[in-house]
Design a protein around this ligand. Sequence first.
Ligand SMILES: [Zn+2]
Ligand SMILES: [Zn+2]
Ligand SMILES: [Zn+2]
Length: 263
Amino acid sequence: MENSILFLGTGTSTGVPMIGCHCSVCSSTDPRDKRLRASAFVHYNGLKLLIDCGPDFRTQALANGIEDLDAILFTHQHKDHTGGLDDVRALNYINSKPTTIYCENRVLGGLKMEYSYAFSDHPYPGVPKLDIHIIDEKPFEIQGQKIIPVRAMHYKLPVLGFRMGGLCYLTDANQIAEEEFEKLKGLEIMVINTVRRTKHLSHFSLGEAIATSQKIGAKKTFITHLSHQMAEDEHNIKGTHADLSTEMPSGIYVAYDGLKVSF
Ligand SMILES: [Zn+2]
Ligand SMILES: [Zn+2]
Ligand SMILES: [Zn+2]
């Protein structure tokens, strides 16, 4: 199977629409403005990889026929990226095997707090079963396929992006150290995050995401992890997917749930 990335979710932690909000983005009827929490399913040299397993994982797996995974790669421990891990129980059951996960030690610490019942000495039957691999910034292999972690900062929290051949997926960051740009040379596809149009403490603003994408210079860049706060009144930009797409520089695209791109 060809290498590809399928965007399972492209929304920030609240999702879009946000509960109780009736702004122009939240009330849009365009399916591209319905954003589940950020996650991606990657086919890479025969591997089926899930990047992050947020609270919408069950919905995303059912909608996209995901029934088997070689591994889950975690970018960081925030709930919108880890809140669906209990639902791998179904995969444990139908595939009769634990789910392999790759994460940093600090992320495992977060998972142990969130899912203490899965890590107890005498777990009750039916808890999620995990085969845990601890990683850091060093490249690692899954079944002989090389994955290069890319370090970025999410305000004060170190997070990892992952480069797999011509693809790099890096979400929840607002700072990439100069030396990490070396790892981002020659990309076909870069995935990068924004959360809103104006400056944010821990995420790239839309302008920063675009500037960083242009510095990286991938053939195509897709922006993910959007909130509903993308409007800009002065130029009458409503902030919907359709509206935002008209202001993207060439080669930069706003991702949406269900978008699949080959690399
Ligand atoms: Zn997030
Ligand atoms: Zn809204
Ligand atoms: Zn986060």
